[in-house]
Every structure is written in C-alpha cells, then in structure tokens.
Design a protein around this ligand. Structure first.
Ligand code: IPM
Ligand code: MG
Length: 361
C-alpha cells in the first residue's frame, strides 16, 4: 500500500480520548507492516477557538484538503453556547462538510450479537436488522439562506430556510440506489412531502432517479412515520435516503436500536470518494477526560476509511472482526457494560481491540 496522508482532527470533549485509541489501531496495522500512514494533527472546535479564536483555521482547512482522508473525533463545548451559531465549535464540522463537498453521509446501523439485550427494543424486533442511513450533508435547512434573527414590532424571530435543488437530490439519491444494489435492493426515501414544497421536489427527483435502477424497490415514507417504523419494525429497512436535518435526527434514533450511540461510525464522502470519517455521536462533555467513552465508533470509522477511501476492505474487515472478538470477551465501557461483563475504560477497550487485531494480522 502506498503511503497515505491522514489528517487527524480529534476536537472536543471525548474526541481526543477516542482518537487516541483509533491511532493505536493504526499503529498496530503499521507495525504489522500492512499499511504505511503519515499523520498530521490539528485542533478543531472549542479547543481551536481557545487557541486561535476560530473553530477551524484556514491552515487546518488547507492541511485537510491536501490529505488523502480525514479522521474526525467530535466538536461541541457548552461554554460557547452564548456565541452566535457561526462562531460555535460546530461550525468546524459544517465548514469541512461544505468546503470539501462531503455531501454523502453513510451511517450503517450495525447490531452486535453480544449487545442485543442492551437495546430497549425486544430481541425479536432486532432480528435481521441491518440497514444504512444515507444522509445528505451539505444542503437543507443546515445551509439554506436566508437565515438569521430579526425583531419585528418588538418580537424576536429566528428563521432558517429548508431548500434543495434537483441536482443535490439526484446525487444523494444515486448514492443510495448504488449502495442498495450491493445489498437487499430496497431504498426507503424519507421526506415530508405532505407539508413541505422542498420535500415534494425531493420525492419527485428520487422517483425519477429510481427509473434508472429498475431492480431496486423504492418506498417513500414520511419522516414522522419513519420515526415510528424505526422502532416498530426496523428490520424492514435496507437503505434509507434522506435529507440533512431528518438524517441527523433519525440516525441518533436508529443508534438506540443497537443499544449505544458509542458504537456507530460514519463516512462522509464527496464525488471523488475523498472521505471524512467520524463517529455519529458528539463530544459528550459529561464523560470527557474520565476514560469512560466508548472508542468503538471511532475505531469502526477508521475501518470505514479503509473500505471507502483506500479500497482496502480487507483491512476494514480485520478491524471489524477485532471489535467483534473484543465484545465476545464480554468487556466494555460504561455505555455497553451489563450483567457479568467487566467494565473497562476507553484506553483498555482500545488495548483489547489491538490485542485481537495483533492476533489477526
Ligand atoms: C452529527 C452532529 C452534527 C450535525 C453537529 C455536531 C453539527 O449532530 O454529525 O450528526 O448536526 O450534523
Ligand atoms: Mg447528529
């Protein structure tokens, strides 16, 4: 494998702790001689605001643009909640998504056999659950203009704009249909076309794109119904394609099917498959610096990086297998520990995964 240049942005809260463990996994693979990776690190989010007054500097953006892929931890820090949205830590990830055109966010919902009883859902409901949420990531109400605040007749208003263009919908729909081709051949497009014009355009474009994918079954579902179906019968889904805001909400909800949000990775890709890889959870300030965070989502994000950006599914499989073998040992961080399991910290969890990986390499 040629040397790959990786940008590592650990960010706030639990970000640095879980990123350390992802880096241990990379060191393991490097030691075993299966990869050659150069790493450059930079601050993002609240830590960057403290350091340089901005959530992401131009030099960090340049570093990221020159890299082959990005590993991203988490951003968010309550102490900046008083600032306007454009100056908060979260702007770092939003800027990266927009500037790198990372429009396709892939969030797989993975069930680990050992953790089935952690879910609030009954075991029979979890049977055969295996789906992917494809969330559009650079449009919608997150970026729509106009946005802001105004005072009208002494009353304060906030406003944002939900908007999607046909090309934006078309490209994300294609990602969903292509993924479904290699899976159970079903796409569920989630919208709110019964109320929102933006979402009628969404539905029409997804229907049109589906005509080029004759062997894929397309189902349209309103977002409120989708929220219900995710809990009542999650096994019906294969690939869910949805917009930015609905995808944000539904993917947090879907993570609970698996028992912990600390388990789920994601890939954010552009047209040329350049990718940013991050857990779907946030910075979890309540458990930060306590060696309590689950590093699995970050480690599995690293696996996704090998699969999507470097065409090394073999390495992705290795990492995923090491995680499964670790869970089989009935050890876990606070969020997944139960019954006779042994509770261990972030570092130990990373060590256990590395031990399994060493045996596999
Ligand atoms: C996510 C997060 C982000 C989002 C925040 C941190 C801006 O919740 O990746 O799901 O809303 O997209
Ligand atoms: Mg979110």
């Amino acid at each position: 494998m040629k040397t790959v240049n990786l940008a590592v942005l650990a960010g706030d809260g639990i970000g640095p702790e879980i990123m350390n463990q992802a880096q241990s996994v990379l060191r393991c693979l490097k030691k075993a001689g299966v990869i050659d990776i150069q790493i450059q690190e930079a601050l993002v989010g609240g830590v960057s605001i403290r350091d340089s007054g901005t959530a992401i500097t131009n030099s960090t953006l340049d570093m990221v643009k020159a890299a082959d892929a990005v590993l991203f931890g988490a951003v968010g820090d309550y102490s900046f909640d008083h600032l306007p949205q454009s100056q908060r830590p979260e702007i770092a990830i939003l800027k990266l998504r927009k500037e790198l055109e990372l429009f396709a966010n892939i969030r797989p919902i993975i069930i680990f056999n050992e953790l089935v009883s952690n879910s609030n859902l009954k075991e029979e409901v979890l049977k055969d659950v295996d789906f992917i949420i494809v969330r559009e990531l650079t449009g919608d109400i997150y970026f729509g203009e106009p946005r802001g605040e105004k005072i009208v007749k002494g009353v304060r208003y906030g406003f944002n704009t939900m908007t999607y263009s046909e090309p934006e919908i078309e490209r994300i729909a294609k990602v969903g249909f292509k993924l479904a081709e290699a899976r159970k051949k079903k796409v569920t497009s989630v919208d709110k076309a019964n109320v929102l014009e933006t979402m009628q355009v969404w539905r029409d474009v997804v229907s049109r794109v589906s005509e080029s994918f004759k062997d894929i079954e397309l189902q349209h579902m309103y977002v409120d119904n989708a929220a219900m179906q995710l809990i009542s019968s999650p096994a019906q889904f294969d690939v869910i394609v949805t917009g930015n805001i609905f995808g944000d909400i539904l993917s947090d909800q879907a993570s609970m099917i698996t028992g912990s949000i600390g388990l789920l990775p994601s890939a954010s890709l552009n047209e040329s498959l350049f990718g940013l890889y991050e857990p779907i959870h946030g910075s979890a300030p309540d458990i930060a610096y306590k060696n309590k965070a689950n590093p699995i989502a970050m480690i599995l994000s690293t696996a996704m990086m090998f699969r999507h950006s470097f065409e090394r599914s073999d390495l992705a499989d290795l990492i995923e297998k090491a995680v499964r073998l670790t869970l089989e040992k009935r050890v876990g961080t606070l969020d997944i520990c139960k019954g006779d399991w042994k509770e261990i910290g972030t570092d130990e969890m990373g060590n256990e995964v590395c031990k399994e990986l060493n045996k596999l390499c």
